[in-house]
Design a protein around this ligand. Structure first.
Ligand SMILES: Cc1cc2nc3c(=O)[nH]c(=O)nc-3n(C[C@H](O)[C@H](O)[C@H](O)COP(=O)(O)OP(=O)(O)OC[C@H]3O[C@@H](n4cnc5c(N)ncnc54)[C@H](O)[C@@H]3O)c2cc1C
Length: 499
């Protein structure tokens, strides 16, 4: 594979014999749910990032791992690209289909296979919804900690592929920190076990490598996750601020005081108003920013931490600090935050959710920068995000029906991500690169680093058939994007000049 310029990696794919592929799949798997008519394919033409759409060639909806294996084998034999898909809630176009590829939907593999309360693990199929794991573990007093706001819908397979985060990941870690073992199928349909039931295993840590690989290295067919005991108590403080930068500074102050909250989230005025209008969470709508800070653990510790956090927030200039009076109010405060994306979606025909991560100390400056860019591009931006992790989610409001607005929103989003990189941060915290942020990868990584990523991809998938055109840009694309560092008028790889 020529990783400097491979058309397949750039998303340009050869024509597939559709009827021949349908015949082969039906002959091998007569019971397979296979969609091939345009009207049946349309609902699958995008994931949660609706700005990008492609009608897939075919959609396969297997119920069993054996079926997944046969589909992969047939596609590999015929050199047909495959895009894995879980629940399709991804926000970076990771599960965006290919016009010349099969969309392999894993959502129907949705069995919880085993909960082991002694080992505190759950073994589940990839299509199990994130929240369903905690619901199944609840009778044992256990839960699965990573909790994306989409947890009611998103699948654990998708969480693994995106290394998903959530409100509670500041204290309890991302998906990668809460996995024990994966069963996967390679692009050729060969089974692999990554990780083990033991705490450590010899060899390279392929489990960590695979987590966050966005469906490009293999298809997850089973996931064993860690479960945690439910904390005895959880309390949440709501702090209001008269300016966004003060709230940003307070986030760093809380962590600097040696407190690791169960969750530490921030919303700006636009997001507060939208959420309040939608959920009636009891938010102060005049505040320029609010912080939600959850403390969990045993009663005495939580009480003491609540008092310490209150002092830090007041010292940071909070205009109001409120402790949720009871469990119902705590749940309401979080409901406002967890529904903030759909709430903001009611303000404008379209929104574009960015996902940059920066060091906490950079929050005030970057929030100022976002406000300046919002004015420059004349597009409203709502901020609602995992502040404790420095994981920002600026939501850019636009109307795709107004000529030029989508392009302006994309350009503004790109500038925000580049600003995150410029202050030492990253272009994604949890939503992945997918199709959406592929150009910004050129700003984040050097040619040498991207070459290594391609080498890893080629080790798992030598013919580049799994989810091509996503996540890792070719060096050719980076050269075109203009983000490669050019020495003395020369691109880093002389071979590039051929293209
Ligand atoms: C309202 C809303 C709120 C959100 N909040 C959060 C949040 O707080 N934190 C967060 O991290 N994300 C969040 N997301 C994004 C999204 O829910 C996550 O990225 C989630 O992990 C995607 O899971 P999914 O099952 O929908 O995957 P999909 O969107 O179907 O796929 C995502 C990626 O995973 C790959 N994939 C899916 N299943 C498999 C498999 N079995 N094997 C191999 N690859 C696979 C796909 O190819 C694709 O690259 C939010 C999304 C929405 C719409």
């Amino acid at each position: 594979m020529n990783i400097l310029h491979d058309e397949r990696l750039d998303g340009a794919l050869p024509q597939v014999d559709k009827q021949g592929l349908i015949n082969a799949l039906i002959a091998a798997l007569p019971d397979l749910d296979l969609l091939y008519r345009t009207e049946d394919l349309k609902p699958y033409d995008c994931d949660g990032l609706s700005a990008y759409r492609t009608t897939p060639l075919l959609v396969a909806l297997p119920h069993h791992v054996d079926e997944v294996q046969v589909i992969l084998r047939i596609c590999h034999q015929r050199q047909v690209p495959v895009v894995p898909r879980g629940a399709g809630t991804g926000l970076s176009g990771g599960a965006l289909p290919l016009a010349q590829g099969v969309l392999l939907v894993l959502a129907r593999l949705n069995q919880i296979q085993h909960i082991d309360p002694n080992a505190r693990t759950a073994r589940v199929q990839p299509g199990v919804r994130n929240l369903a794991i905690s619901q199944a573990a609840a009778p044992y007093g256990l839960y699965y900690a990573p909790d994306p706001s989409s947890q009611i819908a998103c699948s654990i397979g998708g969480n693994v592929a995106e290394n998903a985060g959530g409100v509670h990941c500041l204290k309890y870690g991302l998906t990668v920190h809460n996995l024990v073992k994966l069963e996967v199928l390679t692009v050729q349909g060969e089974p692999l076990t990554l990780g083990s039931d033991a705490l450590d295993s010899p060899g390279f840590d392929l489990l960590a490598l695979f987590t966050g690989s966005e469906g490009m290295l293999g298809v997850v067919t089973e996931v064993t996750v860690k479960l945690l005991p439910r904390p005895q108590v959880a309390r949440v403080l709501l702090a209001a601020f008269d300016c966004v930068e003060k709230a940003g500074r307070a986030v760093a102050d809380i962590i600097a005081a040696g407190i690791i909250p169960g969750g530490l989230e921030m919303m700006d005025n636009l997001a507060i108003r939208a959420a309040e209008d939608f959920i009636h969470a009891g938010y102060p709508v005049e505040a320029q920013a609010i912080l939600l800070c959850e403390l969990d653990g045993v009663e005495a510790d939580v009480q003491e931490d609540c008092e310490r956090v209150r002092q830090v927030l007041e010292a940071a200039g909070a205009t109001e600090v409120r402790l949720a009076r009871d469990e119902a109010e705590r749940v309401r405060f979080w409901a406002g935050r967890k529904n903030a994306f759909p709430a903001v979606g009611r303000l404008s025909p379209d929104y574009y959710c960015m996902d940059g991560t920066i060091a906490r100390r950079e929050l005030p400056g970057v929030l100022q920068g976002i406000a300046a860019l919002s004015a420059e591009y004349d597009l409203r931006v709502a901020n609602v995000f995992h502040a404790g992790d420095g994981n920002m989610h600026p939501l850019i409001l636009f109307d795709a029906n107004v000529p030029g607005e989508l392009e302006r929103a994309e350009a503004l989003g790109g500038k925000i991500l580049e600003m995150c990189v410029a202050v030492g941060g990253s272009i994604t915290g949890e939503h992945g690169v997918g199709r959406e942020k592929i150009n910004q990868m050129c700003a984040q990584f050097s040619a040498e680093e991207l070459t290594l990523f391609h080498a890893v991809k080629a080790a798992f998938d030598p013919s580049g058939l799994l989810n091509p055109g996503k996540n890792i840009p070719t060096l050719h694309r980076c050269a075109e994007f203009g983000a490669m560092h050019i020495h003395h008028g020369q691109l880093p790889f002389p071979e590039l000049e051929r293209f």
